[in-house]
Design a protein around this ligand. Structure first.
Ligand code: NAD
Length: 471
């Protein structure tokens, strides 16, 4: 008989409890940190093809110790309140881990987007936005959504536009959602930010040979065999950057309709274009197709990157997982019970609340760009270029030698918005990992990186409760 596992929300709470046992917070503060502050459920009718359909959506606000509360909105046919609350809680801890000064929130709409035309999706999204705005669950100061599974720039643009029509007097209206298209107030580098963050997290992990050895691996990312589940926004970018820029080999890609395996490495960009065209990974010429996708999670590999959904590694398949390192690009891909099994097996897990924080980090940059009403780099780029050129001239004059052209160009180039976003994201992912590993290495009772991450988060949140007080 299959053993039932705790719900996603309970699973997150059980993981947090392991960290609470290490951190010296009083039970009241611990309960306040773990509780979900508010959950809104809305049901609203929309007329589609001459018939009225009623849609159900949620927005959970897990914490408000910092405002706005931040978190994605997903569109999925399986969404429910438990999942939304679990994801909102993860956002609280995630923001604390990477020092993004936001509370945690998350939303979902119960819908299968593939059943609707573009105009219908726009109508539904605008109506959902209206419900959220009316009830104070969407605004630049209080609650700021972003894309997640099933949503992207398009939905964010509709949401921002709907808010603008409702609140034209709000000078910061464009900051009411992040993940917008660049020409509608978005920021360069947001679309790929979560995948880029996964890459930066793995790069940082491999800068610490001691940590790499603990996972039973050696060397750098070059040549590492990676299995990735989900080739959507997060998975596609992570797999593309890791293979094209770091020389890792993506030996398997698992999607909803099966998996593709190629020991020499799957060409990610080719596969992605194939998926865009055919809406399936089937019949891709560059790899062997395997119908039982989920079984491929158990394939031997160096790094497993679940980047699709929660609860993919469970009590059932955890004993058979052969990866040495798991980078949780998705939220909650490993259940509480599976986590315990994997820890006992010595599998190192880079936890979701750290690994996929690149999205919210760059959303934070976008929000700052929006409320400051200016593109990053606009004021100083040419000034930096001028100083760089003057410095290069001075060096050439002093040495009597011309600098190599490439070096001269790089010295005299001012940083543009994308450079600054990448630099800020890289810095964030590096510093956060260093803080997590310090706790892991130095504190008694911390036996894995997930617990260490939650210890880091809980301390910061508890401090903010204690500093401000509760009223
Ligand atoms: P997405 O919808 O763009 O991609 C999800 C992909 O997973 C799709 O290609 C889908 O076909 C695939 N998939 C669905 N069910 C599957 C299954 N059973 N097996 C294998 N593949 C399956 O979503 P996304 O934005 O890439 O999000 C993926 C995960 O990352 C989610 O857990 C999400 O919460 C998390 N996340 C996303 C962001 C972001 O910025 N988009 C940020 C942080 C965390």
């Amino acid at each position: 008989m299959a053993v039932t596992e705790p719900s996603f929300r309970d699973s997150v709470n059980l993981m947090v409890d392991r960290a609470m046992a290490v951190v010296d917070v009083d039970p009241g503060t611990a309960a306040a940190i773990k509780s979900c502050a508010a959950v809104l459920q809305v049901q609203f009718p929309v007329k589609i093809r001459g018939r009225i359909e009623v849609f159900t959506g949620w927005r959970a606000v897990h914490s408000m110790h910092r405002l706005p509360a931040k978190g994605g909105i997903r569109y999925a046919p399986y969404a429910d309140q438990d999942e939304v609350e679990a994801l909102a809680a993860l956002m609280t801890y995630k923001c604390a881990i990477v020092d993004v000064p936001f509370g945690g929130s998350k939303g979902a709409l119960l819908i299968d987007p593939s059943r609707y035309e573009r105009e219908e999706m726009e109508l539904i999204t605008r109506r959902f936005t209206l419900e959220l705005v009316r009830r104070g669950f969407l605004s630049p100061a209080i609650n700021v959504p972003a894309p997640d599974v099933g949503t992207g720039q398009r939905e964010m643009a509709w949401m921002a536009d709907t808010y603008k029509h409702l609140h034209p007097e709000d000078i910061n209206y464009v900051a009411c959602v992040t993940g917008k298209p660049v020409h509608h107030g978005g920021i360069r580098g947001r679309v790929e930010a979560t995948g880029r963050g996964v890459q930066y997290a793995l790069r940082e992990f491999f800068r610490h040979p001691e940590d790499v050895r603990r996972a039973g691996l050696e060397g750098g990312l070059e040549g590492k065999r990676i299995v990735i589940q989900g080739l959507g926004n997060v998975g596609y970018h992570a797999a593309k950057f890791l293979s094209e820029e770091d020389g890792a080999r993506i030996v398997a890609v698992i999607e909803r309709d099966g998996a593709l395996i190629n020991e020499a490495g799957v060409a990610i960009e080719d596969l992605y274009q194939h998926m865009v065209q055919h809406r399936s990974i089937r019949n891709f010429p560059g790899a062997r197709f395997e119908a039982d996708g989920k079984a491929v999670l158990e394939m031997p590999c160096d790094i497993l990157i679940p980047a699709a959904l929660e609860s993919q590694i469970t009590l059932d398949n955890a004993p058979r997982i052969q990866a040495r390192l798991i980078a949780e690009a998705a939220n909650g891909p490993v259940t509480y019970g599976a986590d315990e099994i994997l820890n006992k097996k010595g599998v190192v897990i880079l936890p979701d609340a750290y690994v996929n924080a690149g999205g919210v980090t760059v959303s934070y940059f976008e929000w700052i760009r929006n409320i400051s009403h200016i593109r990053f780099g606009r004021m100083q780029r040419r000034h930096d270029e001028l100083r760089g050129r003057q410095f290069a001239d001075m060096v050439e004059e002093a040495t009597g030698n011309a600098l190599p052209a490439g070096l001269r160009d790089s010295i005299s180039r001012g940083a543009d918005e994308l450079d600054l976003v990448r630099s800020g994201l890289d810095d964030t992912m590096r510093l956060a990992y260093q803080e997590i590993r310090r706790v892991y290495l130095e504190e008694a009772g911390v036996q894995d990186l997930r617990t260490a991450s939650y210890v880091v988060a809980i301390r910061k949140i508890a401090r903010s409760y204690l500093d401000i007080g509760v009223y």
